[in-house]
Write a protein of this length. Sequence first.
Length: 289
Amino acid sequence: MRTFGLVLAALLLAAPRGGLSQEKIRVITTSADLKSLTEAVGGDRLEVESLTAPEQDPHTFEVKPGQLARLRNAALIVRIGLDHEPWFAHLSSPNVPVVDTSKSIRLLQTEIPRLRLERQAHVHAFGNTHYWLDPHNAEPITASILAGLVALRPGEKAAFEANRDRFLSRLNERIGAWEKTLERFHGTRVVVVHDSWAYFADRFGLKIVAAAEPHPGIPPSPAELAMLFKRMRESNVRILIADPHANPALVRQIGEKGGAKSVTLLPSGTDYITLFDENVKRLSALNPD
């Protein structure tokens, strides 16, 4: 009995405060950015996997069989929503709760009719889906994630809230620094290749004159390019923002014929704050004049 008591005491001392540790919550996210934000809220109480890597085009992604199996075993799915993941409708399971973080966002471009010539809706049909690229949107995004986690583990609400508060405090400090760095870009006219940057531009005061792609993911025709070059010159566009998966030849052609300096910004990253650090660094290296 004395030996048993010593073993039990050792186990209790080794256990974390609040009792023996619970199994980690298994969470699947549809993007690396949501993975980073989910981990910021859940901390070491979670095991989080992103279905897509930052360098992948989310519109053309195909889920692998192994990922399907892990989806079925997840406790929670966190997704971008809208029509950003056209493949998601084939994945969802009625047994796994889903947090759609778009539900809490003030969306941009919802008023733009977005139909192809054949009258079929396409990506961004319900508004621009790249809302995480305004860092202030991390607040409503993480609020949605917090609610989803608390529904699973009500007893850990205080820990999740404390994690979120610490993250938002650190993020808000960085936002102030980013805004100060990009202050000289306020009012700068830019053209984007892919229509990813509405929220980033809205936050940091850039003015998007046009998107090179007439529809997201559709390359411009020669006639559309000619109109774009004319508009760039008339509007005194100085900067062209490209995504990593943009056609390099197209980026070079638009920059040369439109008279703009090009910069490749990252629409996604494995760490949310580092993503903005890098994009602000890349953009601030240019001269907006």
